[in-house]
Write a protein that binds this ligand. Structure first.
Ligand code: ZN
Length: 205
């Protein structure tokens, strides 16, 4: 099954909105591949919390195996890119953070990773300058650019490689800009990336 790496706290304004501290090295957590939701599939509100929040993120796909050791050539490990949602039960996460416990219950539940269709990285997309947005019922909630990432794609790949040997098909959610907020039954959430496309999901009870 696909491995899904996720980077936390990678945009300064989002770090501030949740009163977290800017990290010295990337914050990494994982979701099982079973969390992925293709666009168009209805997303059921999870029952074990009540503050489901959207976090739009640029998602990269690894195309070759091995460890990335230097910034030079690092981007050649990325074969495709899209946007996705790191759905988070914020009330559950706040409780886990307070108690110093792992985040899986708040971030790695079924359907927690809606993901768009991948666009191949053939040189037409400047990875380090992708504008992306999240709209809920047509109203813009988040707008960001990969220009503002605290840790660049190159640094993320090097840092992940220190711990995991990369495999083709690995996905990396690269962090969310500010503006995260709640989702309710009946909402339509749409995410869009420049030169990538727009993808939407309906939240149901
Ligand atoms: Zn996130």
């Amino acid at each position: 099954m696909v491995r899904v790496f996720c980077i936390g706290r990678n945009y300064a304004e989002h770090v501030r909105e949740l009163s977290n501290v800017v990290p010295q090295t990337p914050v990494v957590f994982m979701k099982p591949g079973s969390c992925l939701v293709p666009c168009g599939e209805a997303i059921r509100l999870p029952k074990h919390g009540h503050d489901l929040q959207h976090e739009v993120e640029v998602v990269i796909r690894i195309g070759k195996p091995g460890r990335v050791e230097s910034k030079e050539g690092a981007l050649s490990w990325i074969d495709a890119v899209t946007v996705g949602l790191d759905l988070t039960l914020r009330d559950v996460q706040d409780e886990l953070k307070k108690r110093g416990l792992p985040w899986e219950k708040s971030k790695a539940f079924d359907q927690s990773a809606p993901i768009g269709e991948f666009v191949s990285c053939d040189g037409t997309i400047d990875l380090n300058d992708i504008a992306f947005t999240c709209r809920v019922n047509g109203v813009e909630r988040q707008r960001g650019s990969t220009r503002d990432m605290i840790f660049s794609f190159e640094t993320l790949l090097i840092e992940l490689s220190r711990i995991w040997s990369l495999q083709p098909g690995d996905l990396v959610f690269t962090g969310t800009p500010s503006g995260v907020g709640p989702l309710a039954a009946g909402d339509t959430v749409e995410i869009q990336g420049e030169r990538i496309g727009a993808f939407s999901w309906k939240i149901v009870a």
